[in-house]
Design a protein around this ligand. Structure first.
Ligand code: NAP
Length: 299
């Protein structure tokens, strides 16, 4: 079957695109191999989407999917391995090959990794990238969080209510997170800030037992005995598989302007995966609608 529009990614951008394209009467297929809703699905609360005062990320995601499918969009839980550009576009997944007239890429971003020795060995064995998903496994335990942005500070605040002790490690002595959040973090009696420090190594047997942190100024090392480490150092795009078909920037973001058009005719990029200055739910939704309306024209 030749679909009008295939959308890769079932986050806010992808599902908004699905809503717009399906309402325009197009045959729409969405691929999402992970959690529907993308990044926002694990957010405890969303308070900055216009007209919704407060909602959990999970409920927001469920609503998005229900809305898209109610207009006729189909969702398949297969992982996309490759795309090909030609007279039609081909999407090759873990389950087969699919053809479409227009393609919208809305693959978002993935958690950035520290790249430190041992990080991958302890993934799922003490090292986590999601406090909402894994925090409860560390109830009354000692943990550490690394990062200086909003995500990291939110993670520490969340864990301070669950864990016995939270070491908050950051490579500088100033945070880029909003100051009111940092001030709240400083009031928590079970949170210790470990600033101007990087993690130099991991220690443990089957599970993580400690990290060695090194002060960037004094080079002094300190061992933090912890059961869990939450890495919250930002995101990078999930776009490697597209690099032979469309242009990416140095960091791997898909090069596309506000019209969401990529370097290949009929292929669009929407949401956090494209070059842009503000990556938020609202801008993802805006991109999804722009890409879908443009992709739906003349087909
Ligand atoms: P971010 O703002 O990019 O912060 C990443 C942090 O990780 C920075 O403090 C950075 O340190 C540190 N870092 C990066 N690479 C590192 C490495 N290799 N080793 C050690 N530290 C490293 O990422 P984010 O916190 O995920 O936020 C992303 C965007 O979403 C931001 O615009 C943020 O404001 C927004 N956000 C908003 C909310 C909200 O509720 N409004 C919630 C979460 C996120 P440096 O500071 O030294 O560069």
């Amino acid at each position: 079957m030749l679909y009008d529009i295939i959308i890769i990614g079932g986050g806010c951008a992808g599902l908004t695109a699905a809503i717009y394209a399906a309402r325009a009467g197009k045959e729409v297929l969405v691929f999402e191999s992970d959690a529907v809703g993308g990044q926002i699905s694990t957010s405890p609360k969303v308070e900055n989407f216009p007209s919704i005062k407060q909602i959990s990320g999970a409920e927001f995601s469920d609503n998005l999917l229900a809305q898209a499918t109610s207009f006729g969009a189909k969702l398949i839980a297969e992982k996309v391995a490759e795309i090909k550009d030609g007279e039609t576009k081909t999407v090759i997944t873990s389950g087969g090959e699919y053809e479409c007239k227009r393609l919208i890429i809305a693959t978002g971003v993935k958690h950035r990794k520290l790249g430190a020795d041992g990080e991958e060995d302890y993934e799922g064995k003490g090292v986590s990238y999601c406090a909402v998903c894994d925090g409860m496994f560390f109830r009354d335990a000692d943990v550490a969080v690394i990062g200086g942005g909003d995500s990291a500070v939110i993670t520490s605040l969340y864990l301070s209510n669950i864990c016995k002790k939270v070491y908050h490690i950051h490579r500088r002595d100033e945070f880029r997170a909003e100051s009111y959040r940092v001030n709240e973090l400083k009031t928590k009696s079970n949170v210790e800030l470990v600033l101007s420090s990087n993690i130099s190594s991991f220690e443990g047997d089957d599970f993580l037992q400690a990290v060695i942190v090194e002060n960037v100024n004094t080079k002094e090392q300190r061992k933090l005995e912890i059961d869990g480490l939450f890495i919250s150092i930002g995101y990078s795009p999930d776009s490697e598989i597209f690099k032979d078909v469309i242009a990416l920037d140095n960091e791997g973001y898909i090069i596309a302007g506000e019209d969401c058009k990529t370097s290949a005719d009929g292929i669009y990029a929407a949401g956090d995966c494209r070059t842009k200055s503000l990556r938020q739910l609202t801008t993802a939704a805006a991109d999804g609608s722009v890409a879908a309306v443009s992709a739906s024209a003349d087909i």
